[in-house]
Design a binder for this molecule. Structure first.
Ligand code: AMP
Ligand code: MG
Length: 341
């Protein structure tokens, strides 16, 4: 079956030798895949156009992975990362088209991940209260087929969870092959709130960094790709967002006094975050520090990093496991004769 509008239906009549025909056939199959995925179809003999982005200005694409990654074994000083940073972009309008494009790409890449079925993606979101973890889930993952994704929000552990080791509840929420899992808060709470409020003694939480690294290595070895985002906001921006909640009847139910009293521990949380980022950012499970005072910039950067990572996997649709010509002959012969209906 050939759809007339299908631009990949490139004839290979001019391929005269068997080798040339084989190459033309492979190129055509590749093009059909691009077409199926809704990507710009490359013209034979020409390189696909480089991806463009306004984010770098003058059409240059910024490598946000490189820019915001916490290099393994490096020192982290959060005071040196400006939460208001937006690069050369100055407003949400500058980022909108690109975010929309990323959401669309992400949908297609998630479909490939699902079809491929051999690997998975884990996205960890951490940050102070009101840093935008929920908003990131809503905006960056908005177009993903819900069947291919799970979101787990980690709250204060239940008695059942506390009766197990701290990774028990987390491991159970890790993504299955072919799917994406989002952790809204995560096992990192056990070296953040647990450290700041001394929920367990130092000799307990201090050993957890190594256990977290080993745990994530185990996931990576089971073909899970891990991206960890620290949504970095300023205390002033947090207070501004709390005030907005206070003035918004639809969100007043979210407010608790502890949101405000936790602000007294801001510096302790900063130290705990710095330690966690330093000790657990690895090549295969990297942390990214995302400037998040501007929600639109946060969404743009997180979506860019996810899409770039999935694109680097060069996933392909699996080969059909049946003989398509046989199936067409056996079950669709009637279509060809026009005798259906
Ligand atoms: P929220 O994200 O605002 O719904 O709040 C969830 C709360 O659960 C936060 O105050 C977290 O610090 C807390 N929390 C999550 N995981 C843990 C943990 N492992 N130990 C203690 N508190 C936790
Ligand atoms: Mg909260």
């Amino acid at each position: 079956m050939v759809r007339l509008a299908d631009p990949t239906h490139v004839a290979s009549e001019d391929a005269t030798t068997p080798d040339a025909r084989k190459t033309a056939g492979a190129a055509r199959r590749q093009q059909r895949l691009w077409y199926h995925l809704g990507l710009p179809v490359p013209i034979p003999g020409r390189m696909p156009a480089p991806r463009q982005s306004l984010a770098g200005g003058e059409g240059r694409r910024v490598d946000y992975r490189k820019k915001f990654v916490v290099e393994p074994d490096s020192k982290v000083d959060l005071a040196r990362v400006d939460p208001k940073f937006t690069g050369k972009l100055s407003s949400e309008a500058d980022a909108k088209a690109e975010l929309d494009a990323h959401c669309e790409r992400f949908t297609k890449l998630q479909y490939l991940l699902y079809a491929d079925g051999t690997q998975s993606l884990l996205v960890v979101l951490q940050g102070m209260d009101a840093s935008g973890k929920d908003g990131t889930v809503r905006h960056v993952f908005r177009d993903i087929d819900p069947q291919g994704i799970t979101v787990r929000s980690f709250k204060v552990p239940t008695p059942e969870e506390l009766a197990h080791d701290f990774l028990w509840r987390v491991h159970a929420a890790a993504p299955r092959r072919g799917s994406v899992a989002i952790f809204n808060r995560s096992h990192y709470e056990d070296v953040l709130v647990a450290r700041v409020h001394e929920l367990v003694p130092k000799e307990v939480w201090s050993k957890r960094y190594g256990r977290i690294v080993d745990f994530e290595k185990n996931l990576v070895q089971s073909d899970t790709h891990i991206l960890k985002f620290f949504l970095h906001i300023s205390p002033e921006e947090q207070l501004r967002r709390f005030k907005q909640r206070l003035e918004d009847p639809a969100r007043q139910w979210k407010i608790s006094e502890s949101d405000y009293t936790e602000r007294d521990y801001w510096d302790d949380y900063v130290r705990a975050y710095e330690a966690a980022l330093e000790k657990t950012s690895t090549e295969r499970a990297p942390w990214f520090i995302i400037p998040s005072d501007h929600k639109w910039f946060r969404d743009l950067v997180v979506s860019t990093i996810i899409v770039d990572t999935l694109e680097d996997l060069h996933m392909r649709l699996p080969q059909p496991h049946v003989n398509l010509a046989d199936i067409a002959r056996k079950y669709h012969a009637a279509d060809a004769k026009g005798s259906l209906g």
